[in-house]
Design a protein around this ligand. Structure first.
Ligand SMILES: [Zn+2]
Length: 705
């Protein structure tokens, strides 16, 4: 291989691609950012409160201690009308798997008898009689009772109870109580209807509760509607859809601004005072039942912004005991009042989610960006509702913000980035590189995906409290107020995001290292990357160069790539095609020169810390002295067992990315004839196209909220 290289005396200096045939392909790089979740809190009229249920018949469950949450899924006929592949996906995989996780994660504190729902009233006027737990409709019950868009089957309904207009004569009427749904704590009506919301909000699914039981106000029924056009049966989109479905059902079970006023303490007492009606006060301006300060408090932060100034930044924090404890522990901030709720994104996103700036990839933040995890914080809020116990062994590890202290969680991201720069530390988990052509590639926080910093220019100035930059290289001072992160609900704080490639609007692949299907075609594999279950994201010190005879090609977007690694007693080994390289210390440079299909790839990779990926790493005194990177032919590599620590996160891939598109015309299909003479016309054409890139690169920003 080396001889082949040195034999090539003439090395052209360019970033160019040559070939007898040159086919231009248009690829769009999209950051994986699904539209914000707007959990629409159901209106007062849509929800039936204080539904009286008979006590549980103890024989129905295996043991009185078996309080595991039981969710009964009832599929609406609309699901059966979905195309076969989507129907199978929904019924055989998506919902069974989501429900299985939630049932294992939660148990109920108090069981109830068969879920038998209350009927809606014809006029939305109802009455209650002293000493009678039932709800009476004034004059008539509605012909049908709905839970969201779904019509509740008659056999799930109680007998209609009505009072005359004067309220004097009251009694049951019509068919008797149905059998209800026995042996379940929550009935979930699942539909697949193209509702108005589906068209308006570009969403996969939405869900909410519709009836709450009388004793603890726990939701006993809810719905989840899937927007048929947005259901994707592509396997690589499954994990994202699954986490969306779990996210939505968690809204229906308890994490909802419409339910905060109904939370109870561990003794079963309401955390918010009630009127004689049994309900808390209703806040007309919010359109929500008003919670007390035992649930949520408004706090004010001193917030650093551009120009050395500070403003007041007001936020709502959830202050229930377990959430406070978990938040303090997660961020390592003992004075933290509680966990901040989302303050942006409009009704539906704000207050119904964790603050995106602070818990970026937590699954209960308001948009799906990357690598979603259900953390201890989400389990804690469900426990603090007073309705459930949580099984914390099912919480997933959340790295974002972990241990970063009060300066991270109680200050603006400007304060954090400035402090990190002063200490000569990286500004992670934020970033400060403008997303522009050529892209400076980086790694996602967990180092399992290639990523790009989402700092971008907005067409207008950002609100003052979200202007964070005093200087950005190559940006004029009067433009700085328009620069911020692409994810608005993260308080416009910029951070690195994984992304996906789209060709003519069609999803091609994404930048997650652990999926073999993301492997680029060889003619586009500029960095000799390898995607697969053992691969991680590594930084490149310089752009890789592909060489063949007198040709050289490189890719202007560089900075990181996916490479296979393994762990052994010697430490971390990196593989590039047929070569292996031992990383002895973090930051060590690996000079890579490998040959694949008549091309030689030259580049330099940067070693991560062995402890980032391996359980057992050599101690400093056990390390071999290193001056240069060692490269061993693959056959001689140490074949130690691969560390199970390599897998740190399940794949939660972003899908249906619609937030922004960065079009790049720079990818060429090449049909190569090794060492044939270069057609001058092709060079000229390519150089011409390359020079047009800055003109053609377009940034289309769409707000998903
Ligand atoms: Zn949501």
């Amino acid at each position: 291989m080396e001889r082949w290289l040195t034999a090539e005396g003439k090395r052209s200096v360019s970033r160019l691609l040559l070939g007898p045939a040159l086919v231009l392909s248009l690829l769009a790089v999209q950051a994986s950012c699904h539209g914000s979740c707007t959990h629409r809190v159901p209106s007062r009229g849509e929800v039936v409160h204080q539904v009286h249920l008979k006590p549980e018949r103890l024989t129905k469950r295996s043991s009185p201690d078996d309080l595991q949450l039981k969710i009964k899924i009832i599929y609406d006929s609309s699901v059966d009308r979905l195309p076969a592949d989507k129907r199978r996906l929904v019924k055989d995989k998506l919902f069974p798997q989501a429900i299985d996780y939630l049932q294992r994660a939660f148990s109920v504190r108090r069981r109830v008898g068969p879920v038998l729902l209350s009927r809606q009233c014809a006029t939305n006027q109802y009455m209650r009689k002293r000493g009678d737990p039932h709800r009476y409709c004034q004059e008539a019950c509605a012909d049908i009772t709905r839970c969201g868009p779904v019509v509740v089957p008659q056999h799930h309904l109680q007998q209609c109870k009505v009072c005359s207009e004067s309220g004097k004569s009251c009694g049951p009427t019509g068919p008797p109580d149905g059998p209800g749904v026995d042996g379940s704590d929550f009935v979930l009506y699942v539909s697949g209807i193209t509702t108005e919301r589906c068209g308006q909000e570009n969403i996969v699914a939405y869900a909410a509760y519709c009836q709450l039981e009388a004793e603890l106000d726990r939701p006993i029924a809810g719905y989840a509607n899937l927007c048929p056009a947005m259901i994707s049966s592509q396997p690589q989109e499954f994990e994202g859809m699954l986490s969306t479905v779990k996210h939505e059902i968690i809204h229906a079970l308890g994490f909802s601004a419409g339910l905060f006023a109904f939370y109870h303490d561990d003794e079963g007492k309401p955390l918010t005072p009630r009127f004689a009606s049994g309900l808390p006060a209703f806040n007309d301006s919010l359109g929500l039942y008003q919670w007390s300060e035992a649930v949520i408090r408004r706090v004010s932060r001193l917030w650093d912004i551009r120009g050395g100034e500070m403003v007041r930044h007001h936020v709502h924090v959830l202050v229930t005991p377990r959430v406070v404890e978990e938040a303090r522990r997660h961020f390592n901030c003992p004075i933290l009042e509680g966990m901040e709720l989302e303050n942006q994104g409009g009704t539906g996103t704000e207050l119904n989610h964790w603050e995106k700036r602070l818990l970026e990839n937590e699954a209960m933040t308001g948009s799906h960006t990357q690598n979603r995890v259900f953390s201890r914080l989400t389990l804690a809020i469900m426990e603090d509702s007073g309705w459930y116990r949580a099984n914390y062994s099912l919480a997933q590890r959340l790295d974002w913000g972990r241990g970063l202290g009060c300066d991270f969680v109680m200050k603006s991201c400007k304060f954090w980035m400035d402090r990190q720069r002063q200490r000569r530390h990286p500004v992670t988990p934020f970033c400060d590189t403008v997303r522009a052509s050529p892209l400076q590639l980086t790694c996602r926080q967990d180092q399992l995906a290639v990523a790009v910093c989402n700092l971008q220019k907005y067409p207008q100035q950002l609100p003052l409290e979200y202007q964070y930059f005093d200087r950005i290289p190559d940006v004029a001072a009067d433009q700085l107020s328009s620069f911020g992160g692409a994810v608005e609900i993260a308080d416009f704080c910029p951070f690195s995001q994984e992304f996906s490639w789209h060709l003519s609007g069609e999803y091609q692949r994404n930048s997650y290292c652990r999926v073999s299907e993301n492997q680029p075609d060889w003619w586009r594999n500029y960095g000799a990357e390898q995607y697969g279950p053992d691969s991680v994201c590594l930084y490149q010190k310089s752009a890789f160069v592909m060489e063949q005879c007198t040709r050289k090609m490189t890719y202007p977007d560089w900075g990181s790539g996916c490479y296979k690694v393994s762990c052994s007693y010697q430490g971390l080994t990196v593989y590039v095609q047929d070569r292996s390289f031992l990383c002895s210390r973090k930051g060590q440079l690996l000079s890579v020169s490998v040959r694949v299909s008549d091309w030689v790839y030259n580049g330099v990779l940067v070693c991560p810390a062995c402890t980032d990926f391996c359980d057992d790493c050599p101690l400093p005194h056990q390390l071999l002295p290193i001056n240069t990177s060692r490269s061993n032919p693959i056959g001689q590599r140490h074949s130690g067992p691969q560390s199970p620590a390599l897998v740190t996160h399940p794949w939660e891939h972003g899908y249906n990315s619609t937030c922004f598109l960065l079009f790049i015309i720079r990818n060429c299909l090449l049909f190569l004839d090794p060492c044939s003479s270069s057609p001058g016309l092709a060079i000229t054409l390519w150089l011409l196209l390359l020079n047009l890139v800055p003109l053609v690169a377009g940034l289309l920003v769409c707000h998903c909220s």
